[in-house]
Design a protein around this ligand. Structure first.
Ligand SMILES: Nc1ncnc2c1ncn2[C@@H]1O[C@H](COP(=O)(O)OP(=O)(O)OP(=O)(O)O)[C@@H](O)[C@H]1O
Ligand SMILES: [Mg+2]
Length: 558
């Protein structure tokens, strides 16, 4: 116990006889470091203690109303004062009374009137002991908090490593799966285009194509979770998109639920793939619908959150939330809040895992939240869940602010099959995918050249082949990469366009998981409709050698 501990000591004296104040207060009041407060209201002992932040309580035993014993009981029953030192003052020098006082929780007992020096020494002793105890308790609490923080960051690290490992696995599976789907879908489309299939057979072909579509959705979700989906991101203002979602969400939730859209003023721009973000919100709304059983309120809120506010948000993300480290940058925060059944801690902990679902077989694949997680991470953001059983769920999506101006929204793709007569070089290492694609493009009227890899394609170009479009797989064996091949094309035939395709855009994604500006990508598996639309769209971007835009594609056919 150091000396300076007792240098600042608040003493509360409770006695019905004001002479106590004269006898005790007179001496104590003159001692350095001691503050004395005298009061007669023994019933208010707890409040007085709180008001004076007492380090020591001196209390008379015999008083009308609450006596000294009552004061001890009241203070010991109060959690804030269970340990405040209490010195009982009494004219009774009797062993029985003293024993009772100590049994009730008194720390000391002095017979009236104690000698001033001794009283001061005892007060200083109890005060220092009490202050040392509080310092020790505070240190314990701090230690406990540090341990909790350490445990939380260990858990977050473990969770991140687990998600990363599952991501690698799912990404690999999805990639192979997409190539298989591309072979099936390409051949089915070719069957349809050949036109020799009887109506009965056509029904089977359509069924098989529906299956391919379902498989493609699954693979897309897996890729999203693995943060390997090609994102066509653009700088946008979210406001119109969010306000336009009302109708769609109303349909999703059904007539008994309410949808509230609350978008803050002047939202900052963000750099994001709008189509995917739409998908994410749709998935979250479906989760909310299931959690609310069709009834309740779904609120979509969007706000600007500057770096400081984002940090505070993170600090408040305590119990009932999945932790996410929020970096010190400005964010746009989107919250999707429902009034549904909420989640237990056990569900909360695993909710982002792919294939984790609590829904009956056939009603949930467990990919909704995992694709949301992967997408948000890939977009440089953070996503957290806050939920408690019976208290609904709030999903928070933090997307980093982008200072650039918003781009114009690209026009929707058309569903009408559009062909052309230009020359397209198809580069694809998987033979079955290549032949189906070549056949589809030829069926659309294009002149098609094909190569099994970039080296062979470069050779064709070197021999003088003129093309309007290079349609190349991203990941291929061989010396040249697909990107190098595209550079070669741009250098030697600047009017030609490049369209990449992949089931897995790894090789094309920049370090931030986004496609480089100006790169066009068609994700596998693609239908003949999306292929035709995308090819036409890319071909429309060609500029004539003179610098003018080519208006009529057919007129430039090779
Ligand atoms: N808003 C919510 N309220 C309560 N529980 C939720 C909510 N959202 C997700 N969950 C829980 O998390 C689990 C995983 O959600 P996720 O969206 O990944 O899969 P799913 O909805 O079960 O299936 P899918 O989305 O693939 O159809 C759900 O099964 C459910 O238990
Ligand atoms: Mg879901």
């Amino acid at each position: 116990m150091s000396d300076n501990l007792s240098n600042n000591c608040s003493v509360l004296l409770i006695d019905d006889e004001s002479i106590a104040q004269d006898l005790i207060g007179d001496h104590l009041g003159r001692q350095p470091g001691i503050r004395l407060r005298y009061d007669q209201q023994s019933e208010r002992a707890v409040e007085l203690c709180r008001e004076t932040a007492a380090d020591v309580v001196l209390v008379d035993l015999r008083m009308p109303g609450a006596d000294g014993f009552d004061v001890i009981r009241a203070l010991r029953a109060d959690p804030d004062h269970a340990h405040v030192p209490i010195i009982l003052l009494s004219s009774e020098d009797d062993a029985e009374t003293k024993a009772r006082a100590f049994a009730l929780g008194a720390n000391d007992y002095l017979v009236k009137w104690p000698e001033a020096r001794e009283l001061e020494a005892r007060i200083r002793y109890h005060c220092a002991a009490y202050q040392a105890r509080r310092q020790r308790d505070a240190a314990f609490i701090e230690l406990h908090q540090r341990e909790e923080e350490l445990r939380a960051s260990h858990a977050a690290l473990h969770q991140a490593q687990k998600m990363e490992a599952i991501g690698q696995l799912t990404g690999g599976v999805a990639h192979d799966f997409n190539n298989v789907l591309q072979i099936i879908s390409g051949n089915l489309h070719l069957l349809k285009m050949l036109g020799h299939v009887a109506p009965q057979g056509m029904l089977r072909v359509e069924n098989a194509l529906n299956g391919v579509e379902r498989g493609a959705r699954l693979a897309a979700h897996l890729l999203a979770f693995a943060r390997r989906q090609p994102l066509q991101s653009a700088v946008i203002d979210l406001t119109p998109m969010l306000t336009d979602m009302d109708d769609m969400l109303g349909h999703v939730l059904g007539p008994r639920a309410r949808v509230i859209t609350d978008v803050g003023p002047h939202l900052w721009n963000i750099d994001v793939d709008v189509g995917q973000l739409n998908n994410v919100i749709l998935n979250l709304a479906i989760n909310a619908r299931d959690a609310m059983n069709g009834e309740g309120t779904l609120t979509i809120r969007a706000r600007n959150l500057d770096a400081d506010a984002a940090r505070l948000h993170k600090v408040r993300a305590d119990a009932g939330a999945t932790a996410a480290p929020v970096a010190p940058v400005d964010y746009v925060l989107i919250e999707i809040v429902d009034t549904g059944v909420g989640m237990s801690d056990a569900v909360l902990e695993r909710a982002f895992e792919p294939f984790f679902t609590t829904k009956p077989t056939g009603q949930g694949t467990g990919l909704g939240l995992s694709m949301a997680y992967g997408f948000v991470k890939q977009s440089g953001g953070e996503i957290t869940l806050r939920s408690r059983p019976g208290e609904g769920t709030c999903v928070q999506i933090y997307l980093p602010r982008n200072e650039a101006g918003a781009a114009a929204q690209p026009a929707d793709h058309t569903d009408v099959l559009a062909g052309g007569a230009e020359t397209i070089l198809v580069v694809e290492d998987e033979e079955a995918v290549r032949s189906a694609t070549v056949a589809m493009l030829s069926g659309l009227g294009y002149r098609v050249l094909s190569s099994p890899d970039a080296d062979h394609a470069a050779q064709l170009l070197g021999e003088g082949a003129r093309i309007d479009l290079l349609f190349s797989d991203v990941i291929m064996p061989g010396r040249l990469t697909s990107l190098q091949l595209s550079e070669l094309v741009k250098r030697d035939q600047p009017q030609a366009q490049v369209l990449f395709t992949s089931g897995y855009a790894e090789g094309l994604l920049a370090h931030d998981g986004k496609l480089p500006a100006g790169v066009s990508l068609l994700a596998k598996p693609y239908t003949v409709e999306t292929l035709s639309a995308r090819v036409r769209q890319v071909l429309r971007q060609r500029t004539a050698p003179s610098g003018g835009v080519i208006v009529n594609p057919a007129s430039t056919a090779a």
